[in-house]
Write a protein that binds this ligand. Structure first.
Ligand code: ATP
Length: 209
């Protein structure tokens, strides 16, 4: 599972999902759209529009899924609930992995039921350019004894481990910068898939921030 606000989806998300699938030999990467992200401000466009963009971005990429399950639940989108639903779908023996960029990982101890996340899945943290602040004390306590050195070690159990990964391609693209550029009318070419860019421009999304 690679969860996100995807406000909007960009090539940093999509290229990371493709490389994760290759590096960890995953069957599928569920890109799960957060309807109401608990720890940040209201997204600029509706969940429906963000999902439409995510679907366009994923297109027919093998192994990637635009997953709308959090849109079907009321209230804030807690990852523990999403992982529980994936666990139910794939069964107790399957290896489940929750993927986070380093910036999101730094805030993990503020999430709802962070310990439960490790009961349901492994955590994989991917390097992200410009984000390398040190870990807080609560975060270090949360991950103590969980870290492993390789994907093979991680995949020996269904859940509970932590792996930090530097993927082959690190893209310094953020949705914040994409929104800023769209609001001022600058080009976003090659920061997003062309189909996503075309829809954004046709529907005038993110034009007034
Ligand atoms: P914003 O700038 O609005 O905070 P974002 O670009 O960080 O958005 P999110 O939807 O918040 O996008 O990110 C979803 C997940 O993808 C997070 O775990 C985040 O760390 C990760 N991620 C986002 N951009 C990248 C990138 N360029 N490379 C690697 N991981 C990324």
């Amino acid at each position: 599972m690679l969860g996100g606000t995807f406000d909007p989806v960009h090539l940093g998300h999509l290229r990371s999902a493709v490389e994760l699938r290759e590096v960890l030999n995953l069957d599928r990467v569920h890109m799960v759209l957060a309807k109401v992200p608990p720890l940040r401000g209201k997204p600029q466009v509706s969940a429906r529009d963000r999902l439409a963009l995510l679907r366009l971005g994923v297109g027919d990429t093998p192994g990637l899924l635009a997953d709308p399950r959090e849109l079907e639940r009321e209230g804030p989108s807690y990852s523990a609930d999403t992982l529980a639903s994936l666990r139910q779908e794939y069964g107790p023996e399957a290896c489940l992995v929750m993927v986070l960029g380093h910036d999101a990982f730094l805030r993990l101890s503020d999430w709802r039921s962070p310990k439960r996340l490790f009961e349901l899945a492994h955590l994989v943290v991917i390097d992200r350019p410009d984000f390398d602040a040190p870990l807080s004390q609560p975060l270090r306590e949360l991950i103590a004894g969980r870290e492993v050195d390789s994907g093979e070690m991680l995949m020996q159990r269904p859940a509970g481990g932590l792996l930090r990964l530097a993927l082959p391609t690190r893209l310094a693209i953020s949705a914040t910068e994409v929104r800023r550029r769209l609001a001022e009318g600058s080009s976003v070419r090659y920061l997003l898939p062309e189909a996503v860019e075309a829809r954004l421009l046709t529907d005038s999304l993110y034009r007034h921030s």
